[in-house]
Design a protein around this ligand. Structure first.
Ligand code: 5GP
Length: 209
């Protein structure tokens, strides 16, 4: 891995506040890069192409699949969502910790391809808060909210594969605890093999001398 950054997946139920937490994390610390996904869903009010998502037609998305331009993709409540490969690879090689804000299916696929990926799952304190946040956001129809809640129930079954489960009750605490987890993760022995090897070799050299 050398000085490569960590690939991070942040998942969470729709309405868990992932977007806000990630935005704040990036605002406070400069070691993070956020991957911008491609999607076939329509932009919400205030969203713009290339900022929240690369908004694509179904045909253009399928073209990206056939060109192998995506690390992973999944279908979520009737739309495609996928992670473009080039940006992620570039930022990791520059030493940035790259955040993928993706759902559970995608997280599994990334972990399978890149076993060193750190998986974080963000949740509101309870199911009722989740529902309230979705309704309050007011960006989706009642029907879509119901589909997202039903999807959340399915996703709740997949949480065990994640490395960390983090409650987003207080924004500041949540951001800081995620940052601390990632900082600690940088010190894991398996992420520092090269450095450890160098020190071992140097110590052996001393003995010879
Ligand atoms: P939303 O429509 O609310 O922006 O996103 C719906 C879901 O799709 C969220 O759980 C979000 O994390 C997930 N998502 C966003 N981008 C990607 C992606 O590139 N790949 C996958 N697998 N899921 C994504």
């Amino acid at each position: 891995m050398g000085n490569k950054g960590i690939l991070l997946v942040v998942s969470g139920f729709s309405g868990a506040g992932k977007g806000t937490v990630i935005k704040e994390l990036i605002h406070r610390y400069d070691n993070y890069a956020l991957s911008i996904s491609a999607t076939t869903r329509s932009p919400r009010e205030g969203e713009s192409d290339g900022r929240e998502y690369f908004f694509k037609t179904k045909e253009a998305f399928e073209q990206m699949i056939s060109e192998d331009a995506l690390i992973e993709y999944a279908c979520y409540v009737g739309n495609y969502y996928g992670t473009p490969k080039a940006y992620v690879e570039e930022q990791l090689s520059l030493g940035k910790d790259v955040i993928l804000e993706i759902e559970v299916q995608g997280a599994w696929k990334v972990k399978k391809q890149f076993p060193d990926t750190l998986l974080l799952f963000l949740s509101p304190p309870d199911a009722r808060t989740l529902r309230e946040r979705l309704v309050k956001r007011g960006t989706e129809s009642a029907e879509v909210i119901e589909s997202r809640l039903s999807r959340a129930s399915q996703e709740a079954e997949g949480i065990e594969v994640y490395d960390y489960f983090i409650i987003n009750d207080n924004l500041n605490e949540c951001v800081e605890s995620i940052h601390q987890i990632i900082q600690a993760e940088h010190s894991r022995t398996f992420r520092n093999q090269k450095l450890i090897h160098t020190i071992q070799v140097e110590l052996k050299e001393f003995q010879k001398g």
